[in-house]
Design a protein around this ligand. Sequence first.
Ligand SMILES: C[S@@+](CC[C@H](N)C(=O)[O-])C[C@H]1O[C@@H](n2cnc3c(N)ncnc32)[C@H](O)[C@@H]1O
Length: 256
Amino acid sequence: MRREASLPILKSLIIAVFAAGAALLLFGKLRAGGDVSNVIIIVITLGVAVLAFALGRLISLGRAWCVLIAIATPSMVLVPIYQPPTWIFPIIFIGLAGFYINGVREQVPLYLSNRKTQKTLADLLPPDTNLTFIDLGCGLGDIVTHVANARPQARVIGVETAPLSFLIAWLRAKVLANSNAEVRFQSIWSTDVSNADVVYAFLSPAPMTRLNDKLRTEMKPASRFISNSFAIPGAEPDEIVSVNDTRETQLLIWRM
Ligand SMILES: C[S@@+](CC[C@H](N)C(=O)[O-])C[C@H]1O[C@@H](n2cnc3c(N)ncnc32)[C@H](O)[C@@H]1O
């Protein structure tokens, strides 16, 4: 399971180094033949972004990782060419931290539930109209938006503490989802789950034991916890639902 969390980082790094290396080689060859115009540099930079994104999709990296490498790889090309002022680096760092801070703080990076998983999850929800659904660590709000629209009678809550992810999820919930969606800037650990009928999480192996302790203490009888991919050590799920997608997602379900 730990491989699951570290593999995307490794794959992203390999793609970024490969694509940026190829672009810099091309740039070196063109410059050997004379001055290279800014238009050519922009074309190479856009090309490398598309190449990085396409390679990511080709090896089934999640969309968030593909977007990240499509942004990071052109920077790896532009920095040696233009040698920008050093203040730009802290700004890039702060921008990335706005999405990935919980990778450091909680060992839970940002990656997103894909469309098939969103649909499978919505189909799994019990039919009752007063359902309360919580996504712990809602990322960019894909699950919150999808479930709120698929189940307009339900109350759908997402919590997130990575500032830029929260902002995007909050905006998406306001603009794209029904009014039954709510996104809060709140930690998983201070979220009250006692009223939830279904709690969903797509985190990493690191917080699962602590999360299990919290949910077992707080969730009401007959409610359900659904974990995307990550098991609770020592607690067999009551049900496993396979999503028919390329990453062979499994939804692990425990009844409280
Ligand atoms: C793997 S992403 C899943 C995103 C979303 N649930 C989905 O399935 O598309 C996990 C998210 O949990 C967030 N997260 C991690 N620890 C958290 C905490 N203690 N409180 C709130 N959010 C947290 C991360 O910032 C990240 O956006």
